[in-house]
Design a protein around this ligand. Structure first.
Ligand SMILES: NC(=O)c1ccc[n+]([C@@H]2O[C@H](COP(=O)([O-])OP(=O)(O)OC[C@H]3O[C@@H](n4cnc5c(N)ncnc54)[C@H](O)[C@@H]3O)[C@@H](O)[C@H]2O)c1
Length: 274
């Protein structure tokens, strides 16, 4: 018996990265998983990994920043699996060549990032909640970021989207707690995924994957645990939050960040003096 046998799970951006690894772990635990993504090639290999882990999954090609696509994702998942129990609102973009202040950020880029990283949370929740209600409850997990709590130069739209993810999590949890629909968020630190590798490639000006991997590993030095996170680190946290073991958690977030948010900006200096 798997912990999620018979449960119906939707994962946006589930073809690659954290979404892909979480899809595989849910499949290993017996869940029926629908991946909603725009990358068919990556989705095909994730579906293979899911089947090898024990449960066949489904893929739907959908740009989840669009209303009609989100309606279709929920309709297909509910039709195939008999309902919706868990929504992992995971999808996110931060194009590696888009770092700029507000003056350097085009309206088109702003709308695209907010559309994918924040509006998709609203749309997917809007259409999943009626299906969760029919099942007597459910769990929505929004993938925010440590960047929802503190910031860095050059990411106005991403920062706004991630702060919005946390605020929307708090807000929706209040509207749906009485119906046993929990809404929580995770805040990853740096996780070794395609998103981060693209940033490393841009910084290095190189596509040599050994060099890129070495640069990504260097990012780990900023994290007290001394490494970057993995998709499995995220999958473990998401599955805990989706499970009854987290049944008294709603309206809150979990940092999965190797201690990143625990350290003040003075921490390194203090360590150097000691
Ligand atoms: N990687 C990190 O270090 C990090 C840290 C904190 C938060 N996050 C957040 O975690 C989430 C997952 O990031 P990741 O690093 O796994 O990303 P990734 O780039 O590795 O994977 C993202 C997936 O989303 C898909 N996607 C992109 N636009 C889409 C759209 N419009 N509709 C449907 N699918 C779409 C891509 O095809 C891809 O499969 C994002 O919300 C991101 O902001 C990432």
């Amino acid at each position: 018996m798997g912990e999620f046998d018979g449960k119906s799970v939707i994962i946006t951006g589930g073809a690659l990265g954290m979404g892909g690894d979480t899809a595989v772990e849910f499949a290993r635990a017996g869940a029926n998983v629908m991946i909603a993504d725009i990358n068919e090639i990556a989705a095909a290999s994730t579906l293979e990994r899911m089947a090898a882990a024990g449960t066949e999954g489904l893929f739907i090609h959908a740009d989840v920043s669009q209303d009609a696509a989100c309606q279709r994702v929920v309709r297909e998942a509910a039709g195939a699996f008999g309902g919706v129990d868990v929504l992992f609102n995971n999808v996110g973009i931060q194009p590696a060549d888009s770092y700029a202040n507000v003056e350097g950020t085009s309206e088109e880029l702003w709308d695209r990032i907010i559309g994918v990283n924040l509006k998709s949370r609203f749309l997917m929740a809007k259409y999943s909640i009626p299906e969760m209600r029919k099942r007597g409850g459910g769990v929505i997990i929004n993938n925010a970021s440590v960047q929802g709590q503190q910031s860095m130069p050059g990411v106005p739209a991403y920062a706004a989207s991630k702060g919005g993810d946390l605020s929307l999590t708090r807000q929706m949890s209040l509207d749906y707690a009485a119906e046993n629909i929990r809404v929580v968020a995770i805040c990853p630190g740096t996780i070794d995924t395609e998103m981060v590798r693209a940033v490393a490639r841009e910084e290095l000006g190189s596509h040599d994957e050994d060099e890129v991997a070495a640069r990504v590993a260097e990012y780990g030095k900023d994290h007290p645990l001394g490494r970057v996170g993995t998709g499995l680190d995220i999958a473990n946290a998401v599955m805990f939050l989706a499970s009854d073991r987290a049944s008294f958690m709603t309206g809150t977030f979990l940092n999965v960040d190797g201690g990143y948010m625990a350290q003040g900006s003075w921490a390194k200096g203090a360590g150097a003096e000691a």
